[in-house]
Design a protein around this ligand. Structure first.
Ligand code: HSE
Length: 413
């Protein structure tokens, strides 16, 4: 029997316990090493009446000091005390698996080093894309490729909100309320709507794709709070949708463009069809070309399904380390996002539309003008040719009597 412990009995932790308990025989039937038994559940709370209440402990040391526990699933979220607990467990020779993207994005390198030193595994398939098989395919199946670009819809909550805005003409605030009522968005949805959660995820993907640590604090992340129904309508006018896209792209000079921001996604892109709480990730490798990963990026059982797969993998490799990881940060690898050319969607309030249009054409050269029904006659929206954001802002600053209302990059995927 392989004893395991689960840290955190919230959405993901309870899903892990549910899958291990209900699928025990099936899992063991497919892998005799994985005769899994949940011995402890660590949580601050009690769960009277819960079928697993006798397994709940409030004392982390019960797990740390029990040599029969070989694998621990950390589903606490946050970095405190998850980092300290994970480090201690790895140092004690236990495998740790996690869905905690904040911890992996900020301390993954350090924890992988501790895991290596103690000949155990630290695995985190569930930390990006929830239930979508993503990190293993990227690390193993695409190992022969230099990864050129990753573009992903990595946050289910914001994709749900944008889908409501696009399909039902709801404002951001109205859609957020529904997301909260459905339990998708947290009571404090900041990490989701400000792009912080997606930023952690694109950093983990970039770590694995480029083999070097990417610090989320050095990556520009912009959320969806400023997206309006006017922008949604203009995007529709050019056969596109607005999505929150995380991008990690190799540049010709060897640096990497890594960013999270709203993006105009053309309807021909696979990302345009990713709706509601689903995630989708498009990866381009130099040998394979484009591959696309799609599925449930959040939720109890989808996320737990990836955590349990990691548990099974650890059970099957109890004496052997899996090769999954990356090297230290490379100074200057992350390019200044304002210096990387993109096409841009721009919406302006202008005083004199005819004059402004001429000035804009003089400044930007060829532009693609957009229309929407009900537009004010003092409104101008257009798509530019590729420029850096610094160039775009300098050109806009030089225009007379215009007010910038929206500036959104056009995704090149
Ligand atoms: N809040 C996250 C999301 C949960 O909405 O995608 C899954 O990481």
């Amino acid at each position: 029997m392989m004893n395991i412990a689960v840290l955190g009995y919230g959405t993901v932790g309870s899903g892990v316990v549910e899958i291990v308990n209900t699928k025990h025989a099936y899992i063991q039937g497919r892998s005799s090493e994985a005769d899994l038994n949940v011995k402890y559940i660590l949580d601050l709370r009690d769960f009277p009446g819960d079928p697993n209440e006798d397994k709940v402990t409030h004392d982390f040391n019960d797990i740390l000091n029990d040599n029969s526990v070989r694998i621990v699933a950390e589903a606490m979220g946050g970095t405190k005390p998850a980092f300290e607990f994970t480090a201690k467990l790895l140092e004690a020779g236990k495998h740790v698996v996690t869905s905690n993207k904040e911890l992996v994005a900020t301390h993954g390198l350090e924890l992988l080093k501790i895991a290596k030193e103690h000949n155990v595994n630290y695995m985190f398939e569930a930390s990006v894309g929830g239930g979508i098989p993503l990190l293993r395919p990227l690390s193993y199946c695409l190992a022969a490729n230099e990864i050129q670009a990753i573009n992903g819809i990595l946050n289910g909550t914001t994709n749900f909100i944008l889908s409501k805005m696009i399909n039902e003409n709801l404002t951001f605030e109205e859609a957020l309320e529904i997301a909260q009522a459905n339990g998708y968005a947290e009571a404090d949805p900041t990490a989701d709507v400000e792009g912080i959660d997606a930023c952690r995820k694109i950093c983990i993907l970039a770590d694995l794709a480029f083999g070097a640590n990417v610090d989320p604090a050095k990556v520009h992340a912009e959320g969806i709070t400023k997206i309006t129904l006017e922008d949604v309508a203009y995007a529709n006018n050019c056969g596109s949708v607005i999505k929150l896209v995380g991008t990690a792209k190799r540049l010709p000079d060897g640096k990497a463009y890594i960013t999270v921001s709203p993006a105009i996604v053309r309807s021909g892109s696979q990302l345009a069809a990713v709706s509601d709480v689903f995630n989708g990730v498009l990866i381009n490798g130099d040998k394979v070309g484009d591959v696309f990963f799609y599925g449930p990026g959040a939720g109890k059982l989808p996320t737990a399904s990836a955590v349990v797969a990691d548990i099974i993998d650890c059970a099957n490799h109890d004496e052997k380390r899996k090769m999954l990881g990356w090297g230290p940060e490379i100074d200057g690898m992350v390019a200044d996002y304002r210096e990387v050319p993109n096409e841009y969607y721009i919406r302006l309030k202008v005083e004199n539309p005819a004059e402004a249009q001429q000035e804009i054409r003089d400044a930007f050269g060829k532009i693609y003008l957009l229309a929407r029904s009900g537009a004010y006659n003092t409104e101008l929206a257009f798509i530019t040719a590729p420029f850096t954001e610094n160039e775009v802002r300098a050109k806009l600053d030089a225009l007379h009597s215009v007010k910038l209302k929206s500036l959104i990059r056009v995704a090149d995927c």
